[in-house]
Structures are given as C-alpha cells and as structure tokens.
Design a protein around this ligand. Sequence first.
Ligand code: NAP
Length: 283
Amino acid sequence: MRWVLLGGHGMLGQDLQSVLAQAGEHFWALGSADCDIRVPGAVTHAVRDADVVVNCAAWTAVDKAEEHEGEAFMINAVGAHNVAVACAAAGVRLVHVSTDYVMPGDGDQPWPEDAPQAPASAYGRTKAAGEWAVRQASPDAYVVRTAWLYGAGGGNFVKTMLRLAGERDTLTVVADQVGQPTWTRDLAELIVRLVNSGAPGGYYHGTSSGSTSWHRFAQEIFTLSGLEARRVAPITTDQFPVPAPRPANSVLGHDAFDANGIEPIGPWNERLAAALPVVTRGT
Ligand SMILES: NC(=O)c1ccc[n+]([C@@H]2O[C@H](COP(=O)([O-])OP(=O)(O)OC[C@H]3O[C@@H](n4cnc5c(N)ncnc54)[C@H](OP(=O)(O)O)[C@@H]3O)[C@@H](O)[C@H]2O)c1
C-alpha cells in the first residue's frame, strides 16, 4: 500500500515513518512546507496517488489556542475538512487523528466512542469541528482519538519530568486529572493494525489501557529511571493554573477496537517501561 503522512515529521508522524519502514510499506511523510493542509489544491495534489492518508497535521499548542482559536481552527477544522474532501474525491482511505479534548472531561467512567462531544477548551472545539468535518466529507474515514502522547520525536511530559529531575530536588505534579499515557510508537502500530483490519470507518480510541494521574505517571517515570518517586509531590489542578482547561477525566474506552478484534496497545505502565529507553535515547 502507498501511505501519505500529513504532518509526517511531528512526534506521531516520525514513529509512523519508523513503523511503516519496518513493515516494508511505501510511504511519503510530508511536513507543512510540503503540504499545508489549509490549501485545498496542495492537499489534492499530495493525496492523489495514495491508498491511505494519515492526517497527523494539527495545531497542538493547547494553551496558545485559547488566544488564537481562529488560527487553530484553520488547521484543525478547515485543514481536516480539506484532507477529507480530497481523500473522498480520490477514493483514498483516511485516518484522522483527534484527541480526548473533544470530551467534556467530567465523570469517572471511560468515554465511549459515541459519547457526545462537549469540549471545554478552544483546542478541543477546533478538534471537535475537525472530527465533524471529516465524518461529513469522508464517512469511511477512521477518526482515531488519542491522549497523553509521548515519544522520541517531540517535546513531551516524559522528557520534561526527566529534565526537571536534573534541575530540582522536588517536583509538584497535578494528581486530580486522570488519563492514559500513550507511546506514539504504540499508536503508530495500532493505526497500521486498524488500516490492515479493514474494520468499518468511525471513531476509535487509540490509547493504552488502564489509567493514572499525571502525578502517578511522573512517579512511574522516576521509578523506572532509578530516581526516588517521593521527590514528586501531588498538587491539585487549582494549584497549577494554565490558560486552557484540562479534562479531569481523559480516560477513553476501547469498545470499537475490541468489537473489531484489533489487538489493543496494552497497559500504560508496561508500555512506559518498554518505551523509556527509546524515548530518552540521546536526551
Ligand atoms: N501530543 C499529544 O499529547 C496529543 C494528544 C492527543 C491528540 N493528539 C493529536 O495527535 C496528532 C499528532 O500530534 P503530535 O503530538 O505528533 O503533534 P506535533 O508533534 O505537534 O506534530 C504536528 C505536525 O503538524 C504539522 N502542521 C502544523 N500545521 C500544519 C499545516 N497547516 N499543514 C500541514 N501540517 C501542519 C507540523 O508540521 P511542520 O513541523 O512541518 O510545520 C507538525 O509536525 C494531532 O492531531 C494532535 O492533535 C496529540
């Protein structure tokens, strides 16, 4: 199969490149300079010879989106629409990557794939609009929501914790938000399994299993790195104000993957142990 990766040099895009290369697949990874998804003609040109397109391109600066919602909307919603229209016209299968931020974030149960979207942040609104546009223009598309990503190819929580461990004796980390830390390499492999499965289009939740808080995630990073976990102290969301509201409950249910017999990613702590040597290599 011929794959085109839009936003293909970002954190997820880099791991998709590795996974596809290992699988011997043909792929083209395009950055924004190669294909700006805000430009319909550029997208039409980029996808014309593909069998599968994975749209990893996004405005991902969550806090900055609060003051730049229009710019974020142009990429996350209008850009996503352009990609879906071009894929539908060319008969290309689309995988569109989305986020837990489209969910309201309350409650204590995992969000099912069909839960109504109710984003609390500007970033979440733009991503929810993108999901809607993709499903309208390309009903066969896979919309893969993910969350709490970390990987070798970008800045992320794991790298930040290890950097701060070298700079400070103790750290404080939010303990009242829960989610599923997810390695971009695991997500890349899951996306390939999804496409190869031939499962029907729709919403899928691409995250590790289990759940944890940012605080316990940080403690696990410390423990696995031979550092003392008690150096990480818990605080509440109120004690760490940021511009964009964060979902307190980001846990995503995996019914759609289960129903289609697609092998899940696995428990977040086991995957973190496998990922750490790779993610921190060279840092
Ligand atoms: N990181 C997380 O924790 C997280 C959580 C949930 C969901 N997600 C979603 O997962 C996906 C991948 O995230 P990521 O962490 O890999 O993001 P990332 O590292 O920030 O990569 C995003 C890429 O989008 C590209 N891009 C930005 N504007 C573009 C445009 N106008 N046209 C084409 N490309 C453009 C950038 O390419 P250039 O560098 O070439 O400009 C960048 O490499 C996104 O949809 C994101 O919303 C991420």
